[in-house]
Design a protein around this ligand. Structure first.
Ligand SMILES: Nc1nc2c(ncn2[C@@H]2O[C@H](COP(=O)(O)OP(=O)(O)OP(=O)(O)O)[C@@H](O)[C@H]2O)c(=O)[nH]1
Ligand SMILES: [Mg+2]
Length: 331
């Protein structure tokens, strides 16, 4: 589901040059016995130059091919790609690698033409070496781009594997209110652990079934747990990418305040998130098993009387939440 998952590690320029030359050194074209020595030498040099160029050409094009088409990316992954590596940069570097593959073939062909015209084996060998030299120095100049692409790959492959087309609940709320507990309780299969840009905490991604349909539920540790005005531009973009996958946001508060945040503080974060996301919000009051009734009432006065009352740890209220979520999907 993560469109960057399958990209293989990308070597640096020196590694590519080494690999190409090593392969070329093993090339032994099968030539007829009776071929004159000069022709044999020329054929061998030509085959080696061709091997170096073809190898690099194919590898570079293969890198480009392994990356998903940026324009076809789902907006969720597109926004996160932009935040992590810059969409324009990525496009530019991929295009330049494709261009470089063509240039390498062109350099090789120039020298192959000269090899064919050579009048002695020494001249053919010199032409082959000249081709190697030009190709190597050209590839070395690509090093920064190759390193950029490798770094991009390493960052992008860590994005969570979300199916953007599957109905999705995003669970938001202050730290320690019980978000991960809810995801674990709801999930039918063992939830996956993932990371998300700009949070150090692990994110939990679960799936559950209702009436034979599958749904996703996604935790957001450290993302929607404080006012968005405290975020910088780049964090905001990473957070706002969630709107592309969230059919609803479950905003959880903890009126027991055992999470370590006052209820007032929690409710002000709720107001802030509600203002900022153009996604329906299902307010959820968790830890009702240990919350004083007057605190639950206080929470309801802000988030609404129809908030789901929950004790996630005991599975209480979880079905009500799923029903409410599904009724939102039908709207
Ligand atoms: N009494 C009670 N405790 C709960 C309930 N739900 C969660 N907890 C406890 O609250 C603590 C925090 O729960 P988590 O699920 O880790 O909270 P979180 O929102 O994922 O926290 P962060 O990932 O740090 O943002 C844990 O010790 C849970 O056992 C509940 O319904 N009742
Ligand atoms: Mg958590």
């Amino acid at each position: 589901m993560n469109p960057f998952m399958r990209i293989k590690p990308i070597q640096d320029a020196n590694k590519f040059i080494d690999m190409a030359f090593r392969r070329a050194s093993k090339v032994e074209p099968s030539l007829p016995q009776k071929l004159p020595p000069l022709l044999k030498a020329k054929r061998r040099e030509e085959a080696r130059v061709r091997k170096v160029a073809q190898f690099l050409h194919d590898r570079f094009n293969n890198i480009v091919k392994q990356f998903p088409k940026i324009n076809d990316l789902h907006p969720f992954y597109r926004d996160l790609t932009d935040v992590l590596v810059g969409v324009d940069n990525l496009k530019k570097y991929l295009a330049s690698l494709r261009g470089a593959a063509r240039v390498i073939m062109k350099i090789a062909n120039e020298h192959i033409r000269n090899i064919r015209r050579a009048t002695d084996p020494g001249e053919a060998a010199r032409e082959r070496k000249a081709a190697y030299g030009r190709i190597a120095s050209f590839v070395k100049k690509l090093n920064e781009r190759l390193i950029f692409l490798e770094e991009a790959r390493a960052k992008l492959r860590k994005l969570p594997s979300i199916d953007p087309d599957m109905p999705t609940i995003v669970v938001a709320g202050p730290p320690n209110v019980g978000k991960s507990t809810l995801v674990r309780v709801v999930s039918t299969a063992k939830p996956e652990i993932a990371t998300y840009p700009f949070t150090t905490k692990t994110l939990i991604l679960g799936h559950f079934k209702a009436d034979s349909k599958t749904y996703q539920i996604l935790d957001t540790p450290g993302l929607l747990d404080r006012p968005l005005s405290e975020r910088n531009q780049i964090e905001l973009q990473a957070i706002m990418a969630l709107r592309h996958v969230a059919n609803v946001i479950v905003f959880m508060v903890d009126p027991s305040e055992t999470c370590g945040y006052s209820l007032d503080m929690q409710l002000s974060i709720y107001e802030d998130i509600k203002k900022s996301f153009n996604v329906p919000i299902i307010p959820t009051i968790n830890k009702v098993d240990i919350s004083p009734p007057e605190m639950i009432e206080k929470a309801k006065r802000v988030v609404g009387d129809d908030a789901i009352e929950m004790a996630a740890i005991k599975g209480k209220g979880v079905n009500d939440l799923i029903e409410k979520f599904r009724s939102f999907l039908e709207k």
